[in-house]
Unconditional design. Structure first.
Length: 260
């Protein structure tokens, strides 16, 4: 977030080296100076836009790729951080019939349930987590999995998605890897790849064009401005940056640092 020489607040990025977005002044490309909606709280945009876009782009692309353009069931692994909670909301905004939110933070899972999601607590016991996920998933496999954690929780989820038998299965699952809060590696069971139509791919700056990301920003800012998304933030003045950093380690609500 920045203010132009004319005084307008804009969402921006890609500053010219060697300066970052905490510099007092910076040069950024004209195409990435996107005005904020009138009357919106800048802290809510600052706190919600980046984490929210991480799932918004994926969800929109997945819906467009489906024949009936219906998301059906969406599973969010790591749903208790700021990005995960927004992913739950984004899925419902884009028409998901059911959202399963999996995470560890009980209060954040309660928030996800308040948005309408079914919840699963991720446990240290991988088999127990897989069993709990399988029970909530039931007979209807998710069309989309948004994975913010990877590691052991991903292995549990992949195990939960497996199936046995020769009955026809019309599920078509897109498993999207976004974050690695639980580890940078996860084993993929061969049996899953043979028993399901499933694709595993990633989403991030390298797999999505800058043009696509920039094009989605005004639409997503408007959702935040209109109050359709719960973007709870905790503000800290720059003079209390150490307190802000400590609070940010808790994951939610999203911490926003503002000028003194």
């Amino acid at each position: 977030m920045a203010r132009t020489a004319e005084g307008a607040l804009v969402y921006t990025g890609f500053p010219q080296a060697p300066y970052g977005t905490l510099a007092e002044r910076m040069a950024v490309p004209a195409r990435i100076r996107i005005p904020l909606p009138t009357g919106v709280d800048p802290a809510r945009i600052a706190g919600g836009l980046n984490p929210g876009l991480s799932s918004w782009l994926v969800l929109r692309e997945r819906r467009a790729a489906l024949t009936d353009q219906k998301l059906g069931t969406v599973l969010v692994l790591g749903a208790t951080g700021a990005a995960g909670l927004l992913a739950v909301q984004n899925a419902f905004v884009l028409g998901a019939d059911r959202v399963i939110a999996a995470g560890r933070n009980p209060s954040a899972l309660d928030r996800a349930a308040g948005y309408g999601a079914s919840t699963v607590t991720l446990q240290d016991d991988r088999a127990a987590t897989a069993s709990a996920l399988a029970e909530v998933i039931g007979a209807e496999a998710p069309s989309l999995v948004l994975d913010y954690v990877w590691g052991a929780p991903a292995e549990a989820a992949l195990a939960a998605l497996g199936r046995q038998g020769l009955t026809e299965d019309d599920a078509d699952i897109a498993y999207i890897q976004i974050g690695t809060m639980a580890g940078g590696e996860a084993a993929v069971p061969a049996a899953l790849l043979r028993s399901r139509r499933i694709t595993i791919s990633g989403s991030g700056a390298g797999s999505t064009s800058v043009q696509s990301m920039v094009a989605a920003i005004p639409e997503y800012m408007r959702l935040i401005a209109d109050g359709r998304l719960d973007t709870a933030v905790q503000e800290f003045p720059l003079s209390k940056i150490e307190e802000a950093w400590a609070a940010a380690q808790l994951g939610s609500p999203r911490v926003v640092v503002v000028p003194d």
